[in-house]
Design a protein around this ligand. Structure first.
Ligand SMILES: *[C@@H]1O[C@H](CO)[C@@H](O)[C@H](O)[C@H]1NC(C)=O
Ligand SMILES: *[C@@H]1O[C@H](CO)[C@@H](O)[C@H](O)[C@H]1NC(C)=O
Ligand SMILES: *[C@@H]1O[C@H](CO)[C@@H](O)[C@H](O)[C@H]1NC(C)=O
Ligand SMILES: *[C@@H]1O[C@H](CO)[C@@H](O)[C@H](O)[C@H]1NC(C)=O
Ligand SMILES: *[C@@H]1O[C@H](CO)[C@@H](O)[C@H](O)[C@H]1NC(C)=O
Ligand SMILES: *[C@@H]1O[C@H](CO)[C@@H](O)[C@H](O)[C@H]1NC(C)=O
Ligand SMILES: *[C@@H]1O[C@H](CO)[C@@H](O)[C@H](O)[C@H]1NC(C)=O
Ligand SMILES: *[C@@H]1O[C@H](CO)[C@@H](O)[C@H](O)[C@H]1NC(C)=O
Ligand SMILES: *[C@@H]1O[C@H](CO)[C@@H](O)[C@H](O)[C@H]1NC(C)=O
Ligand SMILES: *[C@@H]1O[C@H](CO)[C@@H](O)[C@H](O)[C@H]1NC(C)=O
Length: 491
């Protein structure tokens, strides 16, 4: 009896603890990833972040045209047949497509996506306190509309305090928009994967399709028990599972989420893990190559410290280096940093094509969820222990305490350790060791962009991301001041 009560309790706990949308990969609305390395998320005591760099996926969007067609086909199937449905499928005959403005739907930001971006701006302004009073901030973004919109809402949130909203001369963002997913920018881009001709040859993400075929038919069979007069197949299951994360990110409706069992969600998530690991992550031999230029550029700026520019630079970048892009340009940063591809057990990586290993840290839901990000932080830490008595003499400012400098990686807020470099507070990496790691170990793993991508014969091809410190010609960037109230003149 006790056992029964106990197992019922554990079962109900497990059901509550399993948050389905946290397993929906790239269609998940943003959530803070759990700390996989058991490191507290707070900045360690005695440390201050004095520089940070973020590369961020756009916020929640409507589906791409291909997925949109799949949604419509499912809707037609559910409407244009006569059948009875029960149990978890009882709602399907009344389910409506979540569309109300078709010309503005495929691919564009949802209002939840706008909220994700705005609240991120608020969060980072408060976390770092970098931009004083009415200062400007410069923000870099790839040029597609949903990405620019994400950068814009971020800026509005970041600069939302004070009464600056309608004052276009103060407290505004300068957005630097770059050509999006073109091949003529080479490494100097927030979408470098599109500029490496050989990158696609390393993309073996079709293994995800094979994995999906291993579980979708069983799900269809299970659900067909609840239908009379209608038969679901693997294609339908794919669309129905996608709708869980998407509808949640779009209008908060999570009806489709409850149709599937936890194990079915874990398979769904793993298919996306395979898709990203072998498509744009460590399983693509060109992944580190295309992620490395951003990592190198940031590491050089961290080595210089805040308010400095690189030799030859004509921009002093802000201490917060924001870059907005697409999902497929985040896993390359993980590869370039050498994360989530090694473990104490050799069997975890490369990811198995058939058997999900629960010990893996590479999880699509924890990086490419909408508005997901990879961040690097530079921490200046006092060398005095935190628990010492501090003496304050009236009206004096204490001499600066000697500091040591460290680097931390965060992925969707969770701190992630740099392999072999954890001696700093909160398992951070000493700056000098980080610089060395990037310049030697990771440079070797990534190779040179021009060489690796087969661009040796293109005379203006570059292996460096210089956009943070060198203004590009107008053909390669558009600078847009963010005027808070468009159309309102500052009188
Ligand atoms: C709905 O079904 C009818 C036949 O019952 C068919 O003629 C029609 O083309 C179908 N409509 C769609 C949108 O599939
Ligand atoms: C803010 O940006 C505007 C427009 O680019 C520029 O004129 C102004 O000098 C900038 N202010 C600061 C404090 O950087
Ligand atoms: C906008 O800011 C500028 C600079 O601080 C200030 O001179 C001006 O009065 C402000 N305009 C309004 C409408 O508040
Ligand atoms: C870029 O793409 C165009 C069109 O596919 C192609 O003609 C051109 O050779 C490519 N350039 C580079 C540098 O790969
Ligand atoms: C390289 O040259 C091509 C052809 O002249 C031009 O279209 C492209 O914008 C150039 N790219 C860069 C990064 O200068
Ligand atoms: C599933 O059924 C739809 C029609 O309802 C069809 O278009 C699709 O090709 C089928 N998929 C598979 C895998 O059989
Ligand atoms: C960087 O420059 C800004 C603006 O001039 C200033 O407020 C800030 O204190 C500087 N930060 C450092 C670390 O020097
Ligand atoms: C990831 O690990 C695999 C297997 O050890 C290795 O072949 C690959 O080069 C690694 N990728 C990166 C980016 O380090
Ligand atoms: C701080 O120091 C005091 C006095 O030595 C001690 O009682 C206390 O436990 C210390 N606190 C921590 C968090 O170490
Ligand atoms: C570059 O051009 C040379 C001479 O035309 C040719 O032999 C070589 O194969 C080319 N290399 C690449 C990577 O296209």
């Amino acid at each position: 009896m006790l056992l029964l009560v106990l197992s019922a309790f554990l079962l109900s706990w497990a059901v509550v603890a399993f948050d389905i949308v946290h397993h929906t990969g790239p269609s998940a609305p943003y959530f803070d990833a759990p700390s996989q390395d058991r490191i507290p998320v707070e900045t360690p005591a005695g440390c201050t972040v004095d520089q940070a760099a973020y590369i961020v996926r756009h916020g929640a969007r409507f589906p791409e045209p291909g997925s949109s067609t799949g949604w419509q086909q499912l809707y037609t199937k559910l409407q244009n047949n006569t059948y009875s449905a029960s149990g978890p499928l009882a709602f399907i005959s009344s389910w409506q497509l979540p569309v109300d403005d078709i010309p503005h739907e495929p691919l564009f930001l949802t209002s939840i996506g706008a909220l994700e971006a705005f609240s991120f701006g608020v969060e980072l302004r408060n976390r770092y306190g970098f931009t004083q009073g009415g200062d400007n901030i410069t923000i870099w973004t790839a040029g597609q509309q949903r990405v620019v919109d994400t950068a814009t809402y971020f800026a509005r949130g970041y600069l939302s305090q004070g009464n600056y909203l309608s004052n276009i001369t103060e407290n505004r963002a300068n957005l630097i928009m770059q050509p999006d997913s073109v091949n003529y920018t080479f490494a100097n881009s927030l979408t470098p994967s599109a500029a490496c001709p050989l990158y696609e040859s390393g993309d073996t993400s079709s293994v995800a399709t094979t994995f999906r075929a291993s579980y979708q038919p069983q799900i269809a069979n299970r659900l067909n028990q609840y239908l009379d007069g209608l038969t679901l197949n693997a294609t339908d299951i794919g669309v129905m599972q996608d709708l869980c994360g998407f509808e949640t990110s779009l209008n908060g409706n999570s009806q489709w989420c409850d149709v599937f069992e936890d194990e079915e969600w874990l398979d769904y998530e793993y298919a996306d893990d395979l898709n990203y690991y072998y498509g744009s992550g460590p399983g693509n031999p060109f992944s580190a190559t295309v992620g490395f230029p951003w990592v190198k550029a940031v590491s050089e700026l961290f080595a210089l410290g805040p308010n400095e520019t690189t030799p030859g630079g004509n921009i002093i970048p802000p201490p917060l280096l924001m870059g907005f892009t697409h999902d497929n340009n985040l896993p390359p940063i993980i590869s370039a940093l050498g994360l989530w591809n090694t473990s104490v057990s050799d069997s975890v990586y490369p990811l198995s094509l058939t058997a999900p290993d629960p010990r893996r840290k590479f999880r699509s839901s924890y990086i490419v969820a909408f508005r997901g990000y990879v961040a690097l932080e530079r921490l200046a830490c006092t060398t005095t222990p935190a628990n010492t008595t501090v003496f304050h003499l009236a009206n004096t400012t204490p001499d600066p305490v000697p500091t040591e400098v460290f680097v931390r990686v965060r992925v969707n807020r969770a701190p992630v350790v740099i392999p072999g470099c954890t001696s700093g507070p909160g398992s951070t990496c000493p700056l000098a060791d980080f610089t060395q790691y990037v310049q030697t170990t990771r440079a070797a793993a990534a190779g040179d962009f021009v060489q690796m991508c087969g661009l040796q014969n293109i005379s203006n091809a570059t292996s460096d991301a210089t956009f943070f410190t060198v203004a590009d010609p107008e053909s390669l960037q558009t600078v847009v001041p963010l005027n808070y109230v468009v159309g309102m003149t500052n009188t």
